[in-house]
Design a protein around this ligand. Structure first.
Ligand SMILES: *[C@@H]1O[C@H](CO)[C@@H](O)[C@H](O)[C@H]1NC(C)=O
Ligand SMILES: *[C@@H]1O[C@H](CO)[C@@H](O)[C@H](O)[C@H]1NC(C)=O
Ligand SMILES: *[C@@H]1O[C@H](CO)[C@@H](O)[C@H](O)[C@H]1NC(C)=O
Ligand SMILES: *[C@@H]1O[C@H](CO)[C@@H](O)[C@H](O)[C@H]1NC(C)=O
Length: 457
C-alpha cells in the first residue's frame, strides 16, 4: 500500500516538474509585493490560463484535476475539523465552525508563501499546493470513502475491509492532527490552510473553469468518518452535478446558510442563522459571485449577500444587515430628464423636480425654461453693457444697486433655509431634501424679486 502511494507521489512530482518547465512562458516577471498588485494579476489571469498549450492539454488537465482533488480534501479537513489555533489551546472547548465563516479576526498577514505563489494565478497556486498535499500524512486516497468507491465495495458486503481502512484512516488522521507534516506546527498549518482557502475561494467565486466540476463526489468532511454515513453526506451543497458546488463546499464558508449539514435548502430558509429578515416569506439568501470578488473583504467575512425585502424600493444591505432605501437618484435608476429636471430621492421611491431655471408647466406637463430667470442671469453677468446715455443719467448705478440687493436677498434666503433644514434634522435622513427646498425657495424668490423690480423700475 505505502509503496504504491510513494510511487504515485513520485510520478506526480515528475509530471509536475515537466509541466512546470513547459508553462514557464506565462510567468510573471516580478513578484508582486502588495495585495493590490496581486489582485491585478488575478484579475488579468482568466484569459491566458486555458487554450494556449500547444502540447498535451489532456495531460495538463489531468494533473490539475488530481492536484485539485487533493487540495480540496485537505482544505475540507480544515473547514470542518479545524479550530482557531491562534487563540485556543484547549481543543475540548474549541468551536470548529469554519463552514460558517473564515477565521475571525482574520489573519493579520497572509501566510507569505501561499500569498507569493497564489497571487501569481490559479495554476501557480495549484502547483505550489501539491508540494504540501503530496507529503501530508493523511491524503484523500487513504480515506475509506474513496477507497470503497474505487474498489466498488458496498457497506453491507465489505464491512470488514471498510472497518479496517477506517481504522487506518483514523490513525493517520490523528497522527496528521498532532504533527502536521510538513509544517513547523499546528499554527503554521492553520495559517497556511486559511490563506489557501482565501485564495481558492476567490478562484471559485471568480468561476475559474477548472473548478467547475470535480468529477467525483466531495460529500465528506475529510475526517475518515464512514461510520454513520457510508454513502457520504446527502447535503445538496456537496452535489458535484451542479457547477462549482464542490469547489464552494471545499473552499468557501457558507455565510448564507451557516449550518454544517442540511438535507435540503429548505433547512436554510427556516433556520435562525439565516441572515435574511425573519418577517418575510421568501428568505432565500444568495451569495452572488459577481458581488464577492475582493480577497481582503472575503478574509474579513465582508460577504455581499442578497435577500428579499418586504418594502418596495428597498434593498438588502449586508454591511448593515438591513433592508435600506434604494437611492434611485444616486444610482441613476430614474427617468428624470437630464438638464431641465432634477431627481429627488424619497423613501421607497423618487420624484422628478424642475431644475433650477425651469418651472412646471401644467398645460403641457413639462418643465419649461423660466424666461425671467434667463433675463436675470444675463443681467447678473452684465452681458449687456449699459450705454453711455444711461450712465450719464445714473442708470448704471441704479442697475448695480438693484443687482446688489438681489444678491443679498439670495444669500439671506439660502442661509435661512439651511438653518431651518438643520433644525428639523431632516438633512441627516435625506441630504437632497433641503437642497431641493433651497432650489424651490430661490426660484420663488427670483420670481418675486423679478416682478417687484419690474413694478418699481
Ligand atoms: C425567492 O427569492 C429567490 C431569489 O430572489 C427567487 O429565485 C425565488 O424564486 C423566490 N421564491 C419565491 C417562492 O418567491
Ligand atoms: C462587497 O461589496 C463591497 C461594495 O461594493 C465591496 O467593497 C466588497 O469588497 C465586497 N465584498 C467582497 C467579499 O467582495
Ligand atoms: C418615469 O417612471 C415612473 C415610474 O418609475 C413612471 O410612472 C413615469 O411615467 C415615467 N416617466 C416617463 C417620462 O417615462
Ligand atoms: C409647453 O408650452 C409652452 C408654452 O406654454 C412652450 O413654450 C413649451 O415649449 C411647451 N413645452 C413642450 C415640451 O412642448
Amino acid at each position: 500500500m505505502i509503496g504504491k502511494a510513494k510511487w504515485k507521489t513520485l510520478l506526480r512530482f515528475l509530471l509536475l516538474t515537466l509541466l512546470t518547465d513547459h508553462s514557464m512562458c506565462e510567468s510573471v516577471s516580478e513578484v508582486p509585493e502588495i495585495l493590490e498588485m496581486a489582485e491585478e494579476v488575478l484579475e488579468a489571469e482568466g484569459d491566458h490560463i486555458k487554450g494556449d498549450t500547444d502540447e498535451g492539454p489532456d495531460m495538463e488537465d489531468m494533473w490539475i484535476h488530481y492536484a485539485l482533488l487533493d487540495l480540496a480534501y485537505y482544505l475540507r479537513s480544515h473547514k470542518f475539523n479545524e479550530y482557531d489555533r491562534r487563540y485556543i489551546t484547549d481543543e475540548e472547548k474549541a468551536v470548529k465552525e469554519y463552514y460558517k465563516r473564515f477565521p475571525e479576526p482574520p489573519l493579520r498577514t497572509f501566510q507569505w508563501e501561499v500569498h507569493k505563489r497564489c497571487s501569481l494565478g490559479f495554476i501557480e497556486c495549484l502547483k505550489y499546493s501539491t508540494e504540501i498535499t503530496n507529503v501530508a500524512l493523511l491524503q484523500k486516497d487513504a480515506d475509506p470513502y474513496y477507497i470503497a468507491r474505487k474498489k466498488g465495495w458496498t457497506y453491507s458486503r465489505n464491512r470488514d475491509e471498510i472497518a479496517r481502512t477506517n481504522t487506518e484512516c483514523q490513525r493517520l488522521f490523528k497522527e496528521d492532527w498532532e504533527s502536521p507534516v510538513p509544517f513547523v506546527g499546528p499554527i503554521h498549518r492553520f495559517q497556511w490552510r486559511t490563506t489557501m482557502s482565501y485564495y481558492m475561494c476567490l478562484f471559485t467565486l471568480r468561476e475559474h473553469p477548472d473548478l467547475s466540476l470535480f468529477g467525483e463526489p466531495c460529500n465528506n468532511y475529510a475526517n475518515c468518518w464512514m461510520d454513520g454515513k457510508p454513502d457520504g453526506l446527502s447535503d445538496p451543497r456537496a452535489d458535484d452535478r451542479v457547477p462549482f458546488n464542490c469547489a464552494r463546499f471545499s473552499f468557501c464558508p457558507d455565510p448564507c446558510c451557516p449550518i454544517k449539514e442540511i438535507s435540503s435548502f429548505k433547512d436554510c430558509d427556516k433556520d435562525r442563522s439565516n441572515p435574511c429578515p425573519v418577517d418575510i416569506h421568501n428568505r432565500t439568501c444568495v451569495l452572488e459571485v459577481q458581488k464577492n470578488f475582493n480577497l481582503q473583504s472575503m478574509a474579513k467575512n465582508h460577504w455581499n449577500l442578497t435577500c428579499h425585502c418586504k418594502e418596495k424600493g428597498t434593498r438588502w444591505e449586508s454591511r448593515f444587515g438591513l433592508c435600506v432605501d434604494i437611492n434611485e437618484c444616486e444610482e441613476g435608476h430614474h427617468n428624470c430628464s437630464e438638464g431641465f429636471e432634477t431627481c429627488l430621492n424619497l423613501k421607497g421611491s423618487y420624484r422628478c423636480c424642475c431644475a433650477f431655471g425651469y418651472y412646471w408647466n401644467s398645460n403641457n406637463g413639462s418643465c419649461d425654461p423660466m424666461q425671467s430667470i434667463i433675463d436675470r442671469v444675463n443681467e447678473a453677468t452684465l452681458i449687456q453693457r449699459p450705454d453711455k446715455s444711461e450712465l450719464r443719467k445714473g442708470g448704471h448705478r441704479k442697475h448695480l444697486k438693484k443687482l446688489f440687493f438681489w444678491q443679498r436677498k439670495q444669500e439671506e434666503t439660502t442661509e435661512a433655509t439651511i438653518l431651518k433644514a438643520n433644525s428639523h434634522g431632516s438633512s441627516i435622513l435625506s441630504p437632497s431634501l433641503p437642497f431641493c427646498f433651497i432650489l424651490l425657495i430661490s426660484v420663488c424668490n427670483l420670481i418675486l424679486t423679478g416682478s417687484d423690480s419690474s413694478v418699481t423700475s
